[in-house]
Design a protein around this ligand. Structure first.
Ligand code: ATP
Ligand code: MG
Length: 507
């Protein structure tokens, strides 16, 4: 919403003679200024075209518990400190014959007092005699039911692109002025930051823009992850959407050549180098346990160079019984405000499985999610993973929902060698070629997780033997591991059979 829109909306509200206006905003100064300016310049009549007679001038008062009541549109001495208590100021407003706009800042904690509620109701009901408009301005207002029907909500809106750009430029100017040199930046990074600040109040946007610059006097693309993280904290969605600090690079993932190439090809849609490119929706990863599905989800964020947010779909159900769809929609809107980002939904089947007898809640939750996914145009890339295909609702795997459904199988010989190398290297061990050959064949049927586990156990073995980590330690651990694929051979065979016509191999 632009400031012009806000002015028009507010003027319309005043003109429509609503006695109580609720504004939820953190931009206190801005809102008070806007109200003062709209109320004192012109309040357009709702009916006739604004002629000279259509303008009404309204006095504006501001109340805070620290200062009391003060008139803002004209200077009339100091504030009325005797009116600092909520009940006192409400009585004063009730008894006055002075029409006007009364902006009450942070009255919200006192709305649980029946006396205050009654006084507000009296003021509203006396509007026809004396036109007093009460504005409740707080970061959050829960209106008692008694007042609900008397009130209208006014939304100041978030700063639009131009306003956000002005905020960033202002932050840069401030920094240069106090440091005597220019901020190091480039047009592309500025535009990325301007985009990143969408959905934040002016105050928060200013704070984040300043903090991106202040550490090193530079505003570069590398500042953006920290901005998104701070933004995630501001927007926080009750633990349903959590920020994953750990992302991995493609080099940490063994195998999955096809998936890697697929992701790599979509990178330009995220890094801003091809703004015209349509954002991909996402991918679904199915497959054998421990073969790197979660790892690939983290790698997607690494490839795109964007933050990774984990969406706990099952928690939406648990936390908001009866309200889960609305909350999922709100969570998804929050995620869109954090774009560009990757949203990771691990074990999606657990939240949306149709086998649960929960009177269709998970079914509707899935519907909400799929609708959002279908209509989504924002640069939010969804990675969903699933283990249990028998619990997967068919609509989830229907063609066109996700851009691609990948099947992640047990690693073959070449991939096992790669995984062995990756995890040994991370612990300071480099295998010789013959060692690698031996270990590669010894780990036939192992998942990536089991290979990693063998190497981790080997580090304990080496430590106990007061020896550096050697291939021999790994081989010993491998020899004492019975891979899950042996126990589950039949299930894996079924899984592959099911996957063949429905999915694309990741590797
Ligand atoms: N292809 C791989 N390359 C490198 N490491 C791997 C690979 N597959 C698995 N690993 C290692 O095993 C760990 C566990 O794998 P991950 O959690 O990604 O598997 P998953 O398929 O999600 O398993 P689950 O079905 O149990 O959720 C990873 O963190 C990684 O260290
Ligand atoms: Mg996993």
């Amino acid at each position: 919403m632009t400031t012009t829109d806000s002015r028009r909306d507010l003027a319309a509200l005043f003109a429509s003679r609503v006695p109580l206006i609720v504004v939820e905003s953190r931009d206190e100064v801005l809102v008070v200024d806007l109200i003062t300016s709209v109320a004192t310049t012109s309040v357009a009549s709702t009916s006739a075209a604004p002629g000279p007679g259509a303008a009404i001038q309204l006095p504006v008062f501001r109340w805070t518990i620290t200062e009391g009541l003060r008139r803002l549109d004209v200077q009339l001495g100091s504030a009325q400190a005797f009116n600092s208590q909520p009940a006192d100021v409400l009585r004063t407003i009730r008894d006055t014959t002075q029409a006007g706009v009364y902006v009450l800042l942070d009255l919200h904690p006192f709305l649980d007092d029946p006396l205050n509620v009654r006084l507000l109701k009296d003021i509203c009901q006396g509007y026809e005699q004396v036109a007093r408009t009460v504005v409740l301005l707080s970061h959050q207002v829960t209106l008692p039911a008694e007042l609900d029907h008397l009130a209208a909500h006014f939304d100041i809106g978030f700063p639009d692109r131009d306003e956000r750009r002005a905020i960033v430029e202002q932050a840069a100017t401030e920094w240069s002025r106090s440091h005597g040199r220019l901020v190091t930046t480039d047009a592309h990074s500025v535009e990325l930051l301007v985009e990143n600040l969408a959905g934040l109040s002016r105050g928060d946007a200013t704070r984040l823009a300043r903090s991106a610059i202040v550490d090193d006097g530079a505003l570069l693309a590398s500042d953006l992850p920290a901005v998104t993280r701070a933004k995630h904290e501001i927007l926080g969605r009750d633990g349903i959407l959590s920020y994953e600090y750990e992302t991995v690079t493609l080099a940490d993932v063994g195998g999955m050549a096809h998936l890697k190439e697929w992701l790599d090809r979509r990178r330009p849609a995220f890094d801003g180098s091809a703004p015209g490119l349509e954002a991909p929706k996402g991918m679904l990863l199915l497959g054998v346990q421990g073969c790197g599905k979660s790892l690939a989800a983290k790698a997607a964020a690494g490839v795109f160079g964007v933050p990774l947010l984990r969406l706990d779909l099952a928690a939406v159900n648990d936390k908001y019984v009866g309200e889960s769809e609305r909350n999922l929609r709100e969570t998804l809107s929050t995620a869109e405000l954090l774009a560009p980002c990757v949203i990771w939904i691990d074990e999606i089947e657990k939240a949306v499985s149709t086998s649960q007898s929960d009177s269709g809640t998970s079914q509707r939750l899935l519907g909400t999610f799929l609708t959002w996914l279908a209509e989504k145009t924002s640069r939010v890339f969804v990675v969903a993973t699933a283990n249990d295909i028998t619990a997967l609702p068919p609509e989830l795997i229907r063609k066109g929902r996700f851009d691609e459904i990948f099947f992640v199988d047990l690693p073959d010989e070449a991939v096992r060698a790669e995984i062995l190398r990756i995890h040994a290297h991370a612990r300071g061990l480099t295998f010789t070629d013959p060692e690698l050959t031996t270990l590669t064949s010894a780990t036939a049927g192992f998942s990536g997780a089991e290979i990693e586990q063998a190497i981790v156990s080997a580090t304990y073995g080496a430590y106990a033997a007061r020896s550096p980590l050697l291939a021999q330690h790994v081989l010993t651990e491998v020899g004492s591991t019975r891979p899950l694929s042996l126990v589950m051979a039949e299930r894996i065979a079924e899984l592959r059979e099911w996957a063949a016509p429905r999915t694309v191999p990741a590797g």
